[in-house]
Write a protein that binds this ligand. Sequence first.
Ligand code: 3HC
Length: 303
Amino acid sequence: FVRGLATSAKQWSPIKTVTIIGSGLMGSGIAQVAASTGHKVTVVDQTQDIVDKASASIKKSLSRVVKKKFPDDPKAQQTYIADTMGHLTLQTDAVSAVKSADLVVEAIVENLDVKRKLFATLDEAAPQHTVFASNTSSIPIKDIAVATKRGDRFGGLHFFNPVPMMKLVEVIRIPETSEETYNALEAFGKAVGKKTVQCKDEKGFIVNRLLVPYMVESIRLAERGDASTRDIDVAMKLGAGYPMGPFELLDYVGLDTIKFILDGWHESDPTNPLFQPCESLNKLVKENKFGMKTGEGFYSYDK
Ligand code: 3HC
């Protein structure tokens, strides 16, 4: 276990080798923080083109991190980036990638069948001791874990966007999760420099269960014409100390993601007033206006 990079990770963790399945925003971010704290990380996605893009986006994010971390030391900046990239392998074959993994973190599309298929395959290929975790924000962990024979070595690790900046990871246990597994997941969260909190396998865990209704309530407030989106954003930043206003955050996280989460909660708890469909959100998503990533959401962005 290479300790050299682990500036913020004084915590011992049994997890040394990590495989991340999915190289989108979350997968890349988790890979980045794991590699930069000395873990041996393999990132897997479907095509070479996708993993090449992930590698470029990790490098770009690292270059932002080092500017803050070593402001006047270009040599230290280069070393940190090179060391981190040296701990990363990007590939397209998931089966070979889990053969020596202590931990597998899944951060693929939010689709239960796809996740189950993936984990069933990985369950056959991974060593006995390997712990599995999902970064899902909307699917119950227990529903994914049933696809494997390792419920005792299964849990949730929920990171936040942007992963290199957000200091929290939620560690989720299902009834089957063993104490040893929970401790390993928690120790890994700490080893990548995050503060950990524990939560049961309930809708939205802690952060999204509070944040999603708050964002949707903000949209309803604007829909009623009580205040403009700009003023709501200014109000929550200056009046409540949030780093971003709710509309900035909606555009940042992605309106498609928020709609997906809300729709799922509404389906399983249709009478809950907090989970009722949201007209403006549905309209923007229908028009493929997902926020920053598509150049338009509640606000417009230069692409
Ligand atoms: N990689 C590396 N560094 C980054 C980064 C990234 N992806 N994003 C931001 N930074 C750092 C850089 O150092 C950057 O400086 P640079 O622009 O010169 O490179 C700096 O942050 C940006 O600083 P700013 O002054 O422009 O902005 P802030 O100080 O406001 O920080 C922020 C940006 C950390 C994103 C902050 O606005 C914030 O905390 N926003 C709230 C984010 C949030 O709530 N996330 C949770 C969303 S919910 C979620 O993820 C759950 C999911 O399941 C839906």
